[in-house]
Structure formats: structure tokens, C-alpha cells
Design a protein around this ligand. Structure first.
Ligand code: PMP
Length: 336
């Protein structure tokens, strides 16, 4: 994934607002050391959370995480958690695969998250990172006979992909992890080495993002985003059995496309060169939000500008996540 902290931000940070958002707050400073974190069953200051050097997850990637956003609505002076229950249900699925016991049910996790955001008094867009992990300090790669632990961290957060004029992508030379190797369906910390290899290869080659193919050569997704292409008014996306994360933004976009635009959606495998001839290509995720792709492998997508469907989806998405679309209000949980 997907976190700005991985790009080396310091404890005292100045964070940019999200330029896509109609009601984003001005840049906010964030004192990470003093921030509240849900850690080992209680609220603690970040500076008081400690992990031992031999923590299992640190060595073997035996953790599951989520990336959740909360959006600040300035006119309502309200912070909305977006589809938080779906994120915690996916975390539960990931932990089933990795044999990690979650200490709380989905409603309790939601309540703890709301409490955490309130305590931190966030008044800007926020990124929330729950992490369930094997915490035993021991040598030996395995999933059994290990203690489990859980934490939730949150911080103000702007754009994950900074590309106001559209995203430039390359098809990665790295292939996506396979379900029978390390399941892409689960958000497993260790599996994100696959994403990191692809992302950095793209970055070092001068692109914004990577598009990753599976072992069979079909398109899977971005390094931390699901992928859509538009051909003749149909929205097409790889199916869940093509080694993708079953994205929550993906589900949101599919519903908006079918119900609000009234157009057909197709889940089917996508060939690499279909991307070169698509009318529009779009990456989406909690971090990336909706990122239109304007170039792939030095070929313009469509006419090389952000397409009309992508603009329409971006506009609708930025309104609905801030609780401004009545029909989708149930996806937005008020914190205050
Ligand atoms: N694919 C991968 C590999 C991701 O890491 C993410 C980000 N969680 C996504 C897709 C998008 O998923 P979501 O919309 O649920 O954030």
C-alpha cells in the first residue's frame, strides 16, 4: 500500500489537503508522538507504543492491515468514516486466512475507531491504519503457536497519488502474487513486498504508478489500487479470481456506474493491450481514491487527457464520501 508515512514524513508534519475534495480543510500540522493510538487494548500516546525487535510480523510479514479513510465536511463541521464496517469485515477475512484472532467484533472495532478519531480531535481528512499481527518475539516462520496483537493508528492524510493532470503508468516487469502463493485477496503485510517492488520500479522509471499482470499475463491491478477500463460506455474490471484485492472503492465505483450513470459493468479478464486501446482507464482505492490514468507504457489513454466518465465519477465520489449524497449517507459514519 499505501501510506504516506512510508515516504518518510517526520513526527511534526505539515499535511496537504485533498485538492479533489470540495470541502477539504487547510493544511494541518500533526504531532505524531502525541497522537492517540489504540494499542494492546487501550488508548496510548504514539510515543508510549513499543514493539520488540523480534516481533514475529516484523521478520516474517505475518500481519493483516486495512486502510480506511475519514473525510472532513467543513460546512457540517463533521468527520465521516467511509464504509468502515466493510473495511473491518475485510480485515476479518484477511485474518481468517492468516490465522490471526481479532480481539473485537466489527461493531466494537468501529466504536473504537470513532473514539480514536474523536480523541485525536481530527478536523481534516484522515487515514486510519488497523493492523492485526503475530506479536510473539520468537524465531521460526509459521502461523501456529504465536500470540496475536492488534492496533489502530490514524493521521491526517491528503492525496496518495499526486497527479492532478492524470496518472502515468507502466506495466510492471513484476507479476502479481498468485492465490496459491500468497493470496492477493487478503491484505497481508508480507505480500506488500510485491506491491513495493512494482511501485518503486515504476517510480525509478519516471512513472507515477505500476500496473501489475498475473502469472497468466492478464491485468490484475495497480500496486495498491484496483483497475477499471472503459470501452464504448462499458466499465470493465478484472474479476475477483484474477488475483486482485476485493476493493471497497472498486465496489463503490461499480455501484455508482450502474446506478448513477445507468451504464453496464463487466467483470472479466483484461489483456494488456486492451489498456492501450481503452477509451479511459482508472485506478481506485482508499488511498488513491479515483485516479484517472492518462498514459500507459508511453501510449496516451484515449486522447491523453482525463476522460469525461472519470471526471464524472471523481466528482460524485468526492461528494458521497463527505456525506453529501443522501442515497449513500449510510456509508458515512459521523464521528462527532
Ligand atoms: N489493491 C490493492 C493491492 C490495495 O492495496 C488496495 C488498497 N487497499 C486496493 C486494491 C484498493 O482497495 P480499497 O478500495 O478497498 O482500498
Amino acid at each position: 500500500m499505501d501510506a504516506q508515512e512510508e515516504s518518510g514524513m517526520s513526527a511534526q508534519m505539515l499535511l496537504d489537503p485533498d485538492p479533489h475534495g470540495p470541502a477539504a480543510a487547510p493544511p494541518v500540522s500533526f504531532d505524531r508522538d502525541s497522537a492517540w493510538v489504540y494499542f494492546q487494548g487501550e488508548m496510548r500516546r504514539y510515543r508510549d507504543c513499543h514493539l520488540g525487535p523480534m516481533t514475529h510480523a516484523l521478520h516474517y510479514g505475518t500481519g493483516c492491515f486495512e486502510g480506511i479513510r475519514a473525510y472532513w465536511n467543513d460546512s457540517q463541521q463533521q468527520l465521516y468514516l467511509f464504509r468502515v464496517q466493510e473495511h473491518y469485515e475485510r480485515l476479518r477475512q484477511s485474518t481468517r486466512i492468516l490465522k490471526i484472532a481479532l480481539p473485537l467484533g466489527t461493531d466494537e472495532l468501529t466504536a473504537v475507531t470513532t473514539d480514536l478519531l474523536g480523541r485525536n480531535q481530527f478536523r481534516s481528512d484522515v487515514y486510519i491504519r488497523p493492523l492485526a499481527y503475530k506479536s510473539t518475539e520468537d524465531i521460526g516462520v509459521r502461523l501456529h503457536n504465536l500470540e496475536d496483537a492488534f492496533l489502530i493508528y490514524a493521521q491526517p492524510f491528503g492525496n496518495y497519488i499526486e497527479a492532478a493532470h492524470g496518472t502515468r503508468c507502466m506495466v510492471s516487469s513484476w507479476r502479481r502474487v498468485d492465490d496459491n502463493t500468497a493470496p492477493a485477496r487478503a491484505k497481508i503485510t508480507g505480500t506488500y513486498v510485491n506491491s513495493a517492488l512494482a511501485k518503486t520500479e515504476a517510480y525509478e522509471n519516471g512513472f507515477d504508478e505500476a500496473i501489475v499482470l498475473g502469472q497468466d499475463g492478464h491485468v490484475c491491478e495497480g500496486s495498491a489500487e484496483n483497475l477499471f477500463m472503459v470501452r464504448k460506455g462499458t466499465l470493465i474490471t478484472p474479476p475477483v479470481y484474477d488475483n486482485i484485492l476485493e476493493g471497497i472503492t472498486r465496489a463503490t465505483v461499480m455501484q455508482m456506474w450502474a446506478e448513477d450513470l445507468g451504464l453496464p459493468v463487466l467483470e472479466r479478464s483484461i489483456d494488456r493491450t486492451e489498456l492501450y486501446v481503452a477509451d479511459e482507464v482508472l485506478l481506485c482505492g482508499t488511498g488513491a481514491q479515483l485516479s484517472p490514468v492518462v498514459e500507459i507504457d508511453h501510449r496516451p489513454v484515449g486522447d491523453g487527457e482525463i476522460g469525461p466518465y472519470s471526471r464524472q465519477l471523481q466528482r460524485l465520489y468526492s461528494q458521497l464520501v463527505r456525506g453529501q449524497v443522501e442515497k449513500y449517507r449510510e456509508w458515512c459514519l459521523p464521528v462527532y
